[in-house]
Structures are given as C-alpha cells and as structure tokens.
Write a protein that binds this ligand. Structure first.
Ligand code: MN3
Length: 306
C-alpha cells in the first residue's frame, strides 16, 4: 500500500520567467529512457514480482523503499516542468482577445503539444515529446540481474541529469537536477552495495560512474552538507524496511569525493517542502473562462468538511 503526503521532496525556486523550452528539456528526466518514470516502474514492478520476500528481506526492503522515493521524484520533476511552462505569474483574470493570437509564441516552442494538449502540464514523455513506454522496465525474476540493471539505470540517469543540467540557465530546473543528482548517486551506491553483499564483487568501487564530481555543481552543495548522500529513507511507518541497514550502513562509508561519513537508514520520510500553487491560465480558454462557480462550489465543500 502507499500513503500520499501533500508535499514535495525539496523546495523548487519559482521561475523568474516563463520558459517552456527549459520545461521540455526537463521532460527528459521524467519520461526519457533513464528518467524517473523508468526508475519508478522498474523498482515498483520488481518489488511486486519479488519472490522469497521473507528470506531475502534486506534486498526486498531496499527495492521496495526506493520505489516510494521514486514516486516523489516523478512528482518533483513534474512540478518543475509545470512551473517552467507556467512562469512566475498566474493569469486567472483572462480577458485577452483571441483574434490577437495570445499564444502565438507557443507555436515556436519545442513541444507545442505541451501547451495545446496539456495546458503547460507535465507528461510521461521525453524531451522530444516521445512517450515513455513499458519496455523500459526490466524485471527478470533473477535478483542479481535486476540489481545490475538498476545499477546501470541509476548510472545512466546521472549522465542524463548532468546533461540536462548543462542545458538549463534558470534556477528552477537546475534545482531539480541538483537534488536528483545527489539522490540518484545514493541509489546507484545502494544497488552496488546490494550486489556486493550477494556476490562479493566490490562494484561500488566503480562509483562515481559516470565520474561526476557533485561538489562542482552548486545546487548539490546544500544537500551534501545536510548528508543527503549518506541517507536512505524507509518511506514507511515504524521499522518497516529497516532491514536494509544491513546493506546501507553496517560500517559502509560515503563515496570518496563526497563529504565523509557512515551510511545510514532513516526511518520514515525526509522533510518535505511546499508544492508551488500554480493557478489557472484564463487566456488559454479565451474567450470564455469562468472558474468562479467552481471556486465557489469548492469553498462550500471545504467548509462542510470542517
Ligand atoms: Mn530517482
């Protein structure tokens, strides 16, 4: 079962300007082959299909708990995409004259469909608008094969995050990349250690792979100082999934190059942040947009719930 919290994993700075092309670039981290839809669905289906869950509990726990974090990553990137596509100011008043082509600029953005079909929202597509698909999921039934695939997936995801970061100039998209680079590094490290426990092969010595020095990415700094590169969250209640501390912990240390310290499993979820309150885009419904009645109904229903 899953529990939903009305928060984002980290605070994303509001954009200073509308930038639907940066939103399209960020889509790669959502619906690209190595995006968050892929990490989420790989670990989710592997955890559903996991055999001998009781006997292999530490390994099941690590895949199951990371699954929950990945839902939060999908949510984080989706919010970043929508914030960039929307820009800093809402447009709830409307009143534009449709014959003036108020959205002429949208014909020239990279993903015109993100405006025409999706109203500036995020979609499970890559940076070229090509849909994410289920063939990106690997669940073989062989635990070592699946963990190896997950290690590769997280390493590939880091390349894509770095390259996406280097296409962005605004703080909004860069923050999303910086946070995910740190957390993706944790997940690559976690799968490497799981493989080591099962096979004796010290695959974590390949890390960081690719060789990305997080200390040179300013947006990573506060997360490194807070020790986010050393923490795995159970994303559950009580001590459920705590068994993974035999893999993540147990004297294992942070990767060379990152701030030193022992790896630790943290019960529960990380501190969340507020979700940006995006407003409607009245001019997208020119000439007729009247949300007031819906707002009124919602206000009445809210009062009845109290
Ligand atoms: Mn992720």
């Amino acid at each position: 079962m899953f529990l939903r919290l009305d928060q984002l994993l980290t605070a994303i700075p509001e954009p200073t300007q509308q930038d639907p092309n940066e939103a399209a670039a960020l889509q790669e981290l959502l619906g690209g082959k190595y995006g968050e839809m892929s990490t989420l669905n790989n670990y989710m289906f592997q955890s559903f299909n996991f055999r001998s869950k009781a006997k292999l509990r530490p390994f099941y726990s690590i895949v199951a708990s990371i699954t929950a974090e990945e839902v939060g990553h999908v949510e984080l990137v989706s919010n970043g995409v929508a914030m960039l596509a929307n820009g800093p100011e809402g447009d709830e008043e409307g009143g534009a004259d449709i014959s003036d082509s108020p959205f002429a600029d949208m014909a020239d953005i990279r993903s015109t469909a993100s405006f025409i079909s999706n109203g500036g929202g995020a979609m499970p597509v890559d940076s070229n608008g090509i849909p994410w698909n289920g063939t990106f999921v690997t669940t073989t039934g062989n635990l070592i094969m699946d963990l190896l695939f997950n290690f590769h997936l997280e390493c590939g995801a880091r390349i894509h995050k770095l390259r996406t970061y280097s296409t962005l100039t605004g703080a909004t998209g860069r923050e999303v990349c910086g946070y995910l680079l740190v957390r993706g590094s944790v997940h690559a490290h976690a799968y490497a250690l799981a493989i080591k426990k099962l096979t004796g092969v010290e695959i974590e010595k390949m890390l960081p792979c690719p060789n990305i020095d997080l200390s040179r990415i300013p947006e990573c700094d506060k997360y490194l100082q807070a020790g986010k590169h050393r923490m795995l969250y159970t994303n559950s209640t009580g001590d459920t999934y705590k068994e993974m501390s035999g893999i993540w912990g147990n004297g294992e240390q942070a990767l060379p190059g990152d701030p030193p310290g022992e790896l630790e499993v943290v019960e529960g979820v990380p501190d969340g942040a507020k979700i940006s309150n995006l407003t409607g885009t009245a001019s997208a419904f020119t000439p007729d947009y009247a949300p007031e009645e819906m707002f009124e109904i919602a206000t009445k229903l809210f009062k009845k719930s109290r």
